[in-house]
Design a protein around this ligand. Structure first.
Ligand code: PRT
Length: 215
């Protein structure tokens, strides 16, 4: 069945949800006030021309790749971690963070080669593997989905590889960054499929980007 409305995927809850909704509102697509968005997984825009799909952050590129959603906002780190056939059309000035390797303050690890034979806890195994391959380091990966910063104190890992923003969580857990693997921020992605309303929204996104960059 052909969809009449454009569909935009946004994180259901979490750091990028409100910032993403604000971005779309700024370019003229606001969420209808009639919807209880704490429960709804699909909600209409107030002018009715589009609908929002609220999903888990890591699933967003899959919805866009398959054409279930036409556009979405996602952290660049998710695109680095997986392989998705989506087009990245704009980088946004929010959601900034970096994927970093951190070690305890008293750790002897100071260079990439010091990680050889060590255990690294992470929620980003693919990005970490890529980094280790590039540095020709052989380390053991311990995959955990959250609270990675606690792993060294529990003697579960010698280092961690996780997202860092302010650095406060690292500090609280007596850890410090030794390498940054990549910097990330929120990006707008577009599906590879056609929709008759896509061009006007893409133009609004690119125009917002140009104006915010002072072009
Ligand atoms: O809940 P859901 O399944 O939808 O996804 P999620 O659990 O991944 O969501 P969320 O909201 O935690 O993160 C969504 C996205 O926000 C991330 O994928 C990044 O693109 C971006 N982002 C920006 C961050 C951070 N900054 C960040 N600081 N994501 C997570 N963190 C965590 C980090 O993992 C660490 O535990 O915050 C902690 C460190 O923060 P600082 O400020 O103490 O350094």
């Amino acid at each position: 069945m052909k969809r009449k409305k454009l569909r935009i995927a946004v994180q259901k809850s979490g750091r990028l949800r409100e910032l993403s909704l604000k971005f779309f509102s700024d370019i003229g697509i606001s969420l209808s006030e009639e919807t209880d968005t704490s429960r709804a997984l699909i909600a209409q825009s107030c002018c009715g021309g589009a609908e929002f799909l609220f999903v888990r952050h890591a699933d967003i590129p899959t919805y866009v790749q398959s054409g279930v959603a036409d556009f979405a906002i996602v952290g660049g780190n998710i695109l680095e971690e997986g392989q998705f056939e989506v087009q990245q059309i704009a980088t946004l000035p929010f959601g900034e963070c970096r994927l970093a390797i951190a070690v305890p303050l008293d750790s002897p690890i100071v260079s990439a080669s010091d990680l050889d034979g060590e255990r690294i806890a992470t929620s980003y195994p693919n990005s970490l593997r890529k980094f280790l391959r590039r540095e020709r380091v052989n380390a053991s990966l311990i995959e955990i989905s959250g609270s990675v910063e606690i792993a060294p104190a529990l003697d579960m890992a010698d280092a961690i590889c996780d997202l860092v923003q302010s650095g406060a969580t690292l500090k609280e857990n007596n850890l410090q960054t030794v390498f940054t693997i990549f910097d990330s921020s929120a990006v707008v992605i577009e599906s590879p499929y056609q929709h008759f309303l896509k061009n006007s929204l893409r133009a609004a996104i690119l125009n917002y980007k140009a104006v915010s960059e002072g072009a």
